[in-house]
Design a protein around this ligand. Structure first.
Ligand SMILES: *Cc1c(COP(=O)(O)O)cnc(C)c1O
Length: 383
């Protein structure tokens, strides 16, 4: 029997575990190492402004200034999510029967891009090898992902090459810089997407910065106003409370913590290797992809007919239940990556030592193996 992952049910279970921990042990007991911990650091004064019409006016001026400093461009547009910005941009500029060409350091691209391509009836193609990259004549949009969901970072050379090819054909370039707007820049000293020549870029205000979940798009006044119209029509704009949180997150943001984790993670990875594991490095931590998680489990209990996305989700759930460590597979939106990624730049990493981290990882492999062996997978994921 091969089972299929129910993404809605597993997320409800993950959130239920979190809620129980908050009720019994308090919010500080959680250790969020997703790198998208978010933050909502608003003051009573901010809240009193929210109750008047003054709020949106005051906040818009601030978000414009901070957003442009962070992303470049002439104007920014605060959004409900990065996903809403991507959808609005494609709906605004991509006509039926044309093609979206996407260059990214590693597949897959964020699901919002192919989903909206399908919605407008456009073809969609992803390239991960710069030597294969091509822009055919019916292309209406070139997308670049600056840093993938698994934190794979594009090289500046590839970034510039794709932009140059798009400019030769006078095609709009949009950059999905959800975490790249910070990772690419802090760790690799790359310029903003706009400074590299992109027409538009979007970032997630909760990724590697202490802001709420939301999106912020930057570009020229003309383009941003065109997208803003679509965004308003579909109801995808960020409301004032979200914008206040973004302002606080941007003010607090410092690339220092990211750079520190970039150096420290090597030590952490070494310790895991000493335990016989094969973690992959990320710019600010390490990860186990779903196939590798399955490999480790198979080595412990023998081959099994269970898909790797399920095993990785079980792992994430067990890590949350036993060690209070939050990773994406247990709580992410449907379609989110099933990679177990630990972001050592997350502020909650201060709550545990490297040794404790290593113990949590190795013990969770043992516990996950046990659950698979005992056929308790569905119980673990959904009940
Ligand atoms: C997180 C992410 C998104 C989507 O952000 P949401 O705020 O969840 O809508 C899009 N693209 C990439 C590369 C991401 O990492």
């Amino acid at each position: 029997m091969s089972i299929k992952l129910d993404e809605i049910k597993k997320r409800e279970k993950g959130l239920k575990i979190i809620n129980n921990k908050i009720q019994t042990e308090g919010i500080n007991s959680l250790i969020d190492l997703t790198g998208l911990a978010g933050g909502f650091d608003v003051t009573p004064e901010d809240i009193s402004l929210l109750e008047t019409y003054a709020g949106p006016a005051v906040f818009d001026e601030k978000i414009q200034k901070l957003g442009i400093e962070h992303l470049g461009g002439e104007k920014v547009l605060p959004l409900n999510r990065t996903t809403s910005g991507i959808a609005a941009m494609i709906i605004t500029y991509v006509k039926e029967g044309t093609k979206i060409v996407h260059y990214l350091p590693e597949k897959p691209g964020h699901p919002s891009i192919p989903r909206t391509a399908q919605l407008v009836g456009a073809d969609y193609v992803e390239y991960t090898d710069i030597n294969d990259f091509e822009i055919t004549d019916n292309t209406s949009l070139v997308v670049i992902t600056g840093t993938t969901m698994d934190h794979e970072v594009i090289s500046e050379d590839d970034f510039r090459y794709v932009i140059e090819k798009a400019k030769e054909k006078d095609i709009m370039v949009f950059v999905d810089d959800a975490s790249g707007a910070r990772l690419r820049r802090a760790v690799y000293n790359q310029p903003t997407a706009i400074d590299l020549g992109a027409d538009l870029s979007v970032t997630s205000t909760d990724k590697l910065m202490e802001g709420p979940r939301g999106g912020l798009m930057a570009g020229s006044k003309k383009l941003i106003d065109e997208i803003k119209l679509t965004v308003n029509q579909y109801g995808w704009e960020a409301q004032a409370p979200l914008v206040v949180g973004m302002i606080k997150g941007l003010k607090k943001y410092s690339p220092e913590r990211i750079r520190e984790a970039y150096v420290q993670k090597d030590k952490l990875i070494q310790k895991l290797i000493e335990e016989g594991l094969k973690p992959l490095p990320t710019p600010t931590g390490f990860m186990f992809k779903e196939d590798e998680i399955k490999n480790v489990i198979i080595n412990k209990v023998g081959d099994m007919n269970v898909p790797s996305d399920i095993i990785a989700t079980v792992y994430s759930m067990v890590l949350l239940e036993n060690y209070n460590i939050v990773t994406i597979p247990a709580v992410g939106m449907p379609g989110a990556s099933k990679t177990i990624r630990i972001d050592w730049s997350a502020k909650d990493s201060d709550k545990l030592t490297m040794e404790q981290m290593v113990t949590a990882i190795t013990d969770t492999f043992d516990k996950t193996a046990h659950i698979c062996q005992e056929n308790k997978i569905e119980q673990e994921l959904y009940n």
